[in-house]
Design a binder for this molecule. Structure first.
Ligand SMILES: C[S@@+](CC[C@H](N)C(=O)[O-])C[C@H]1O[C@@H](n2cnc3c(N)ncnc32)[C@H](O)[C@@H]1O
Length: 215
């Protein structure tokens, strides 16, 4: 299966409610694409299509970057757990000198490439697992909605703190996920993010933008 074709064939172009400036290939209803991917998953062990949704944490972080372009303008940005590429695209639109999007899901990598083209921005997609990697070329590291599973959230948080300790600006977008750390975060912004009951069990979520502080 061609991932780019799967992305285009199972989504529609629309804009996340909090970030109307950015168009993405997104699921229109949850069930069909989730099932489509589950069938593919049964054949070839694919992960769920996180890339087909603009998650509340990512929307808050993308909104923040577009509203505060000086955070990334002229700087080198890594967006970790990029999903659809929403936050990476916002960083590019805000004037980042370079943007890398880290994703371990090949379908997400295809979605990021398709979405970058749709928004006429350049994003370099990295599909090797960068979790734990320290690269002094990243001025800013962003992560949208990555605290939804305990082992991953713990590992990501520890890594982001190490990056912060080296002087990297680390920004995390989160709508109150279960495994968000309870300390070592500085609130930068808070947005009311429209969402759906099917996806989040709520009509809105509070999307926070946190600066991750060194441990
Ligand atoms: C809930 S989605 C958030 C996507 C996007 N940031 C947003 O807010 O819309 C989390 C994403 O993290 C990705 N992910 C999980 N572990 C990862 C890793 N080690 N490296 C890169 N991406 C990872 C998943 O594939 C998934 O697409």
């Amino acid at each position: 299966m061609d991932p780019a074709r799967f992305v285009r064939g199972n989504t529609a172009v629309s804009a996340p409610p909090l970030v109307p400036e950015i168009c993405l290939y997104l699921a229109t209803e949850i069930t069909p694409i989730w099932q489509a991917t589950e069938e593919a998953l049964a054949r070839s062990a694919l992960p769920p299509p996180f890339w087909a949704f603009a998650w509340a944490g990512g929307q808050a972080l993308a909104r923040y970057l577009l509203d505060h372009p000086s955070e990334v303008a002229g700087r080198s940005v890594l967006d970790f757990g990029a999903g659809s590429g929403l936050v990476a695209i916002a960083a590019a639109k805000a004037g980042a000198a370079s943007v890398h999007a880290a994703e371990i899901d090949q379908f997400a990598a295809a979605a990021i490439a398709e979405n970058a083209a749709l928004n006429d921005v350049a994003i370099a997609v990295r599909t090797t697992d960068l979790l734990g990697t320290v690269d002094s070329r990243w001025d800013v590291v962003t992560a949208g909605d990555v605290c939804y599973e305990r082992p991953m959230a713990d590992q990501v948080t520890a890594w982001l703190r190490r990056l912060a300790a080296r002087g990297t600006l680390v920004l995390l977008g989160d709508p109150g996920r279960a495994y968000l750390p309870s300390e070592g975060l500085l609130e930068r912004a808070r947005y009311l993010v429209p969402t759906s009951r099917e996806l989040e069990d709520h009509d809105t979520r509070d999307g926070f933008v946190w600066e991750v502080l060194a441990g």
